[in-house]
Design a protein around this ligand. Structure first.
Ligand code: UDP
Length: 327
């Protein structure tokens, strides 16, 4: 396939590009480097099947040309990371809403299938033990900017499904649950790279709130394999899929496990949410996916335990720290 990846210099996008190239596909990446980095794709530049364009998806003439020469579009360009979202809500809303609108509009003109990377964040404050694709979304008030991310992504989903129903544009929606792996940066708040970096540098490990909140972490390699498999089956069109892991951990236990695996002397420090994200911040207490739907369709199966994922990322971060690369 000839794939266009928006946000392809980001953490997940660069892994997707790598995997598609490994399978012999052609890949073009467009990225404005707002949160992505050329570092993430520099090892791909030698591949004759790889092209990249440093530009914004808001540059509609460039986007139109790239969509035209692609056969499929993986739309991953988005505002990412709770820290960024809380600090820059206008950018979050505009990037997510206008960006997706443009991608869908261009793809519809050329009838190019589009896979949209949405997020588990759309489930919001739901107290369900496991989130299922057909569940209600339970968002907090608009006065709390965190929820603008979920609302903007939910709008992306509505829009994508509307393009499918009204214009027959093949779309696939994936809700990603806390993806982790090498090259993820802790700069925008993501907990795993932050804890590993703190532990490796013997700095305090900052557990926000009580640390009793839970998350399920998914290996980036599993995520990109799932995205490709979904794009390759016509049965995924017009559907929403959770992409995640059943194993769940509290954030406090994650800190303890990271500390043990890195053999770090770092103290574990509880930091109130208002200190981390400002007054009135609301966290999601639990977030675990029901992955039955994607399992049934493509035989998706998470390949690694949390410890295995952490060990791989720790090894990668040790190399990066030694080579002076900032995480
Ligand atoms: N978190 C933490 N310490 C950090 C960064 C994050 O305790 O340095 C917590 C955060 O409050 C949340 C969880 O870890 O409960 C996962 O945070 P992340 O930003 O990685 O993803 P989220 O699931 O919130 O989108």
């Amino acid at each position: 396939m000839r794939a266009l990846i928006t946000g392809g210099a980001g953490f997940i996008g660069s892994h997707l590009a790598e995997e598609l190239l490994r399978r012999g596909h052609w890949v073009t990446v467009i990225d404005d480097l707002s949160t992505g980095s050329v570092e993430n794709i520099k090892h791909l530049k030698q591949d004759a099947h790889f092209h990249y364009v440093i530009d914004s998806i808001f540059n509609s003439s460039v986007l139109a040309e790239l969509v035209d020469s692609a056969e499929t579009v993986f739309h991953l360009a988005a505002a990412v990371g709770v820290k960024l979202i809380v600090e820059c809500p206008i950018r979050t809303i505009e990037t997510n809403v206008k960006g997706t609108e443009l991608v869908l509009e261009m793809a519809a003109k050329k009838k190019r299938p589009v896979l949209i990377a949405s997020t588990s964040e759309v489930y919001g404050k739901s107290s369900k033990e496991r989130f299922c694709e057909s569940d209600d979304l339970v968002l907090g008030p608009t006065s709390k900017s965190r929820w603008s991310y979920a609302a903007s992504k939910a709008l992306d989903e509505f829009l994508a499904l509307a393009y499918w129903h009204e214009k027959n544009l093949p779309v696939i929606i994936t809700r990603l649950f806390n993806t982790v792996g090498p090259r993820q940066t802790g700069r925008y708040g993501m907990v795993v790279p932050r804890f590993i970096q703190q532990a490796l540098q013997n700095q305090p490990m900052t557990v926000y709130g009580s640390g009793e909140q839970t998350r399920s972490f998914t290996w980036v390699g599993d995520v990109v394999e799932a995205l490709i498999a979904l794009m390759e089956t016509s049965h995924a069109v017009g559907e929403i899929f959770n992409v995640g892991h059943r194993e769940t951990t509290t954030i406090l236990d994650l800190a303890k496990l990271t500390k043990r695996l890195t053999q770090s002397d770092s103290p574990i420090q509880l930091v109130p949410y208002e200190e981390a994200y400002g007054a009135g911040f609301e966290d999601m207490l639990h977030r675990v996916p029901d992955i039955t739907k994607i399992e049934k369709l493509i035989g998706y199966k998470p390949s690694k335990t949390l410890s295995e994922m952490l060990e791989r990322i720790i090894a990668d971060q040790r190399i990066r720290i030694e080579s002076g690369w900032s995480c």
